[in-house]
Design a protein around this ligand. Structure first.
Ligand SMILES: Cc1cc2nc3c(=O)[nH]c(=O)nc-3n(C[C@H](O)[C@H](O)[C@H](O)COP(=O)(O)OP(=O)(O)OC[C@H]3O[C@@H](n4cnc5c(N)ncnc54)[C@H](O)[C@@H]3O)c2cc1C
Length: 374
């Protein structure tokens, strides 16, 4: 008999939704609560690499996901003028008939994951969170913010960088840290040559173009913002163009088209990593709640998705809940630590203007590590 039959997932982002799908596929009852009343996400895109495509196959969503995405094979690393330094071939980890990598709009990804979660019978409540958690015997009693109650075999905290559930388990021990960098993003019609992920190394930041669909791509650029200033929303387009000064070639051409501040998505980069088991009793944390990192390796959501799949596998692999969560940790900790630390390192090297840093080598190593079975 399964030790875990009924689970509460707190947070309906990428990690929470993938956990809901993974658990429902194992016939575990799932309640999911999401704080937002309007269950939407912001409208730029996300890079998902070969390990994510493999996990999407395990979640049984691959066909719908690929229909909503732009599939591509290679990643190029270029100078700020667009001269190619390296072309790194993709790895078809989901099988030879499936692509190596995809770019997908966050809205489209949310739609695929939320529709699958609903279709699989998870109960979803919006505008709601947890007021208190009490671990009693072999369960967790939960009081929700609307005064309702529930009793669960396991609670999964998938509530992101500022996780409330992390605070309930570890109090103030782990707080998000601003790394010194921010990211600026902007959508464009897809340029003909952008049929793969193209990155461009600037002296103080890294830019990139990510295809999202036949007609759409987005640009990102990182910048050093040591004082983490509050940006005036009306100036975002001008400021993004400034951060791109010095780039020539395609990035330089596109820079001049960044005119609408309302379409700039600006994000200071904050990180957190929990350096001890991510569970206490029958409450476990996944995704950004325990290992939020910078996007330099494009693997933050990838790690949240892998967490979800591995949790689903372990909860039906026998043993006590303690043993299941121990096995989950054994499969996740070092892998997520490597991604978290390597991503932060890449940003630190950009801020230090360290031209000797072997970024191409790091990307190759990341691809090797993430291609390994989990
Ligand atoms: C600029 C930038 C670019 C990135 N690009 C990439 C990329 O290209 N590829 C990649 O793999 N990753 C990327 N990432 C990382 C990726 O976005 C995150 O790792 C991923 O979104 C984490 O998912 P999550 O579900 O753990 O957390 P979140 O996406 O933060 O979701 C948490 C959810 O929980 C909800 N919530 C919060 N508190 C509560 C509460 N108390 N009760 C109920 N619900 C709550 C939130 O509303 C939210 O819906 C990027 C990150 C940044 C900042």
């Amino acid at each position: 008999m399964k030790a875990v039959k009924k689970v509460l997932i707190v947070g309906g982002g990428i990690g929470g939704l993938c956990a809901a799908i993974a658990l429902r596929r194992q016939d575990i009852d799932v309640d999911l609560v999401e704080l937002k009343t309007q269950w939407t996400v912001y409208g730029v895109g996300i890079i998902q690499q070969s390990n994510v495509v493999r996990e999407m196959a395990k979640l049984g969503v691959l066909d719908g996901y690929l229909d909503a995405a732009y599939a591509f094979e290679d990643v190029t690393i270029n100078t700020m003028a667009g001269e190619q330094l390296a072309r790194i071939p993709g790895q078809r980890l989901a099988g030879p008939e499936y692509p190596a990598n995809v770019g997908i709009s966050r809205l489209a990804l949310h739609q695929v994951l939320s529709e699958t979660t609903i279709a699989l019978g998870a109960s979803i409540r919006l505008g709601l969170s947890v007021q208190t958690l009490e671990q009693v015997g072999e369960g967790v009693d939960v009081l929700f913010t609307d005064g309702s109650r529930g009793c669960y075999d396991l609670v999964v905290g998938a509530d992101g960088l500022y996780s409330q559930i992390r605070g309930l388990l570890f109090r103030e021990q782990y707080r998000p840290r601003f790394t010194g960098q921010s990211v600026w993003r902007y959508n464009f019609p897809r340029a003909a040559g952008i049929d793969h992920l193209a990155t461009f190394q600037g002296p103080a930041g890294n830019a990139g173009l990510v295809p999202l669909g036949r007609d759409q791509m987005y640009m990102f650029v990182t910048s050093h913002e040591p004082a983490n200033p509050r940006m005036d929303a009306a100036t975002l387009a001008t400021q993004m163009r400034q951060r791109l000064s010095g780039f020539t070639g395609l990035i330089g051409e596109l820079r001049e088209q960044i005119r609408d501040s309302d379409r700039v998505v600006y994000k200071p980069l904050e990180v957190v990593f929990v350096r001890e088991p991510w569970y206490r009793g029958r409450v476990v944390l996944i995704g950004d709640a325990v290992h939020a990192t910078t996007p330099h390796l494009g693997q933050g959501a990838g790690m949240a998705i892998e967490d979800a799949v591995v949790l689903g596998e372990e909860l039906v692999a026998g043993g006590s809940v303690e043993q299941q969560l121990e096995r989950f940790m054994a499969r996740r900790y070092e892998r997520c630590k490597f991604i978290s630390e390597s991503s932060v390192l890449a940003g630190d090297k950009e801020m230090a203007h360290d031209s000797r840093f072997d970024r191409i080598g790091l990307v190759r190593r990341m691809l090797e590590v993430t291609a390994e079975p989990i």
